[in-house]
Design a protein around this ligand. Structure first.
Ligand code: 4AD
Ligand code: MG
Length: 464
């Protein structure tokens, strides 16, 4: 008789026993004696494995030999109440099929407790571990919570292009997209590569942000958000930077910077509490195994109002702190994560939103303040992470925006359409970008951003 497969998470929640069930999954461990084997089987539906009890005399010896750590098996058996501690249900095997063996001599995940560094080297297998199962389930639920939040708030999911001709952040650290053969690229009269002969007829790159196109959406649909991959070719080998990361960028017509801060705070609190409700077992596992302060930190962020102050006030606090920083602090300096974390973890002991940054260290599109020196940008700073969100009210005035673009010598050729929005029905508006992996870092308590995305892209690393 064919029995439909049940996911292990459902079986472990059962309170009635005695039915014959079918489970399929990967063997985590095998122990036992001459009469009986106990298999911990995991199918990814929960951090918890289900115990399969195998009465050895009832099965063929060859088959039993293949049931080793890492093998994939299907089991039909009787669901019974477990006698062992810590589990509710177990399965007495009646019928076992091996889908795929995993040779103990070569399967890399033999023991528990491999280091995160080692697991990074076998990123193609690490989803099979408890730790990465937990992280990737949390990642899924967070993505879902983000869509849920914006949908409930009346925002539209707006898809912005991945291949673009513009540089949204004006930072210039972009990956080029080309079909030209670089060994014999066509040249212009002044000996530059002639991109007019390239696939798109112009120079293109992978996007660093969906914001500029997102603003076009907001100027029509009112409130939009993007949620897509973004790419930065900066050569920063830190535990908080990826070359390919996912970003969520809401953009809202008629919002000012205060609305923007309120939205950021409400949004972060919603997704954090969603994860705490829907990923309880996984977060508790990570709290126990990696970061004993994780649950406290998450609750702390939910329970406290984020402190809001200007960059200028923040720099004063840092200057007066008497603390030795690796990077000097002075008005005009771009704050480093050590400065951000000092404000959050030591001074305020609370998430912080800094606003009104010097215009020189922020992007061209931020609304200019009347002082001529600062712009209406905002960064949300979190414990352990530093900057988790960057955003601003946008410059809605045509002349001011144009002047800033000229001041910075940016190319009008790839931005004219963006500036046009300020000519045709411009409006005050604001938005921000949340780095998805920084959020997952915060909620899992992991220390390295490479461990919260299935296949991290960092300098010199794109094998799998
Ligand atoms: O502060 P950023 O550069 O802002 C923007 O891109 C704006 N266009 C956002 C907007 O206003 N719509 O990036 C936003 C966030 C950062 O706060 C950080 O969380 C994350 O994206 N981020 C990165 N995450 C991982 N790796 C990197 N290299 C990142 N660079 C930025
Ligand atoms: Mg930023």
């Amino acid at each position: 008789m064919e029995i439909k497969r049940t996911r292990i998470v459902e079986l472990l929640n059962k309170t009635e026993f005695g039915e014959t069930v079918c489970v399929k999954g990967w063997v985590r461990t095998r122990r036992g004696n001459k009469q009986v084997a106990f298999i911990a089987l995991n199918d990814g539906s929960t951090i918890h494995s289900i115990q399969i009890v195998i009465d050895l005399v009832r099965f063929d010896e060859e088959l039993l030999k293949g049931i080793t750590t890492g093998a994939c098996i299907a089991v039909n058996g009787l669901l019974v109440e477990s006698q062992g501690q810590g589990q509710t249900a177990e399965i007495q095997a009646q019928d076992i099929e091996i889908y795929g063996k995993a040779d103990p001599a070569t399967y890399p995940l033999q023991k528990k407790g491999h280091s995160l560094e080692f697991l990074r080297e076998i990123a193609y297998l690490r989803p099979r571990t408890n730790t990465f199962g937990a992280i990737f389930r949390i990642r899924h639920h967070l993505a879902f919570a983000i869509h849920d939040y914006f949908n409930k708030q009346g925002f539209y999911y707006f898809h912005t292009p991945i291949i673009t001709a513009s540089d949204a952040e004006g930072a210039g650290s972009m990956f080029q997209v080309t079909m030209l053969d670089m060994n014999k690229a066509p040249l212009t009269e002044d000996q530059k590569i002639d991109y007019s002969q390239d696939f798109f007829g112009r120079h293109t790159n992978l996007t660093v942000s969906g914001q500029l196109e997102g603003e076009l959406g907001a100027m029509a649909l009112g409130g939009i958000y993007t949620f897509g991959p973004t790419f930065r070719a900066e050569n920063s080998n830190t535990p908080r930077h990826l070359a390919e990361f996912w970003m969520i960028e809401p953009e809202v017509a008629f919002n000012d910077i205060n609305d923007n801060m309120n939205l950021a705070e409400d949004f972060l609190k919603y997704v954090i509490s969603y994860a705490m409700e829907h990923c309880k077992d996984d977060i508790e596992f990570l709290n126990k195994m990696y970061d004993n302060e994780l649950l406290d930190r998450l609750n702390f962020v939910l329970d406290n109002r984020f402190v809001r102050l200007t960059y200028t006030e923040g720099v004063e606090i840092l200057e007066k702190s008497g603390k030795k920083f690796d990077f000097p602090v002075y008005w005009g300096a771009d704050l480093q994560s050590e400065h951000e974390r000092y404000l959050v973890e030591e001074h305020f002991k609370c998430p912080v939103i800094l606003t009104d940054y010097p215009k020189e260290i922020k992007s061209f599109y931020m609304k200019q303040n009347d002082d001529g020196k600062t712009v209406r940008g905002m960064d949300v700073l979190f414990p352990k992470i530093g900057e988790i969100i960057g955003g601003s009210e946008r410059e809605a005035d045509y002349e001011k925006l144009l002047n800033r673009i000229k001041e910075l010598n940016m190319s009008m050729d790839s931005l004219w359409w963006y500036i046009d929005t300020r000519k045709f029905g411009t409006a005050p508006h604001a938005g921000f970008g949340l780095g998805f992996e920084r959020l997952v870092l915060f909620i899992t308590g992991m220390g390295n951003i490479r461990d919260v995305i299935p296949f991290p892209r960092t300098p010199k690393n794109a094998e799998f």
